[in-house]
Design a protein around this ligand. Structure first.
Ligand SMILES: Cc1cc2nc3c(=O)[nH]c(=O)nc-3n(C[C@H](O)[C@H](O)[C@H](O)COP(=O)(O)O)c2cc1C
Length: 194
């Protein structure tokens, strides 16, 4: 992927020895990225109150840490989101952050009519769960794909890692191989890879 100062990793696990974070760091290192790390649990974020005001101004009136992260996503590529699966979805703090992207959705609908258009920015989704069944990952995956879409980010890879309940075990050999492949080290290199 080439060394890229604009890469951002957003992590969502509250655990110190998080498997999803480990996997994201391994991916970034393998891809030769130099990402900024954002722990969404440390971003002060109030929930969306569905007031609708952002429909006109494309900004939320609430003053907290959310807009700063949105601005970083707007400038970044690739954007890597690494999250554990909770009740098949994403953990609360990440969900609160996703909902607060409603101003970005409003702008996307107004300017592009919701059409995909050319997505030049790249996104990687890394999800960890205990269960291996795909259905355990899908709601979280859909939410994150939807977040990427409104930001004009193409989801380039989704890496689902199971058996991750025990702290820090998410990066065995077969997982590492999948992360390496997504990073462009094995097999087909992703588009735009340097
Ligand atoms: C509140 C909560 C809900 C969870 N729900 C699921 C689930 O629906 N399916 C599943 O396979 N694992 C579930 N798990 C297990 C976590 O996904 C697993 O511990 C996590 O992926 C580990 O990633 P981390 O080390 O990055 O935190 C849940 C864990 C917690 C704490």
């Amino acid at each position: 992927m080439g060394r890229n100062k604009n890469a951002v990793i957003i992590t969502a696990s509250p655990r110190k020895n998080s498997g999803s974070k480990k996997a994201a760091l391994f991916f970034a290192e393998t891809a030769g990225l130099n990402p900024e790390l954002i722990d969404i649990n440390r971003v002060f974020a109030r929930p969306c109150i569905a007031c609708g005001r952002c429909a006109d101004v494309f900004r939320c009136f609430q003053k907290d840490g959310v807009q700063g992260v949105i601005d970083k996503i707007k400038k970044a590529s690739p954007v890597i989101i690494a999250s554990p699966v909770y009740f098949t979805g994403v953990p609360g703090p990440l969900k609160i952050f996703i909902d607060r992207n409603q101003p970005v959705w409003e702008e996307y609908m107004k300017k592009k009519g919701g059409k995909k258009g050319a997505r030049k920015k790249r996104g990687i989704i890394i999800l960890t769960a205990e269960n291996a069944a795909k259905k355990h990952f899908l709601p979280a995956e859909r939410e994150l794909r939807s977040l990427f879409a409104v930001h004009g980010i193409k989801t380039e890879a989704v890496i689902r890692i199971s058996g991750a309940e025990k702290e820090g075990v998410a990066c065995g050999r077969s997982v590492a191989r999948r992360l390496e492949k997504a990073a462009g080290l094995r097999g087909k290199r992703p588009r735009g890879a340097g």
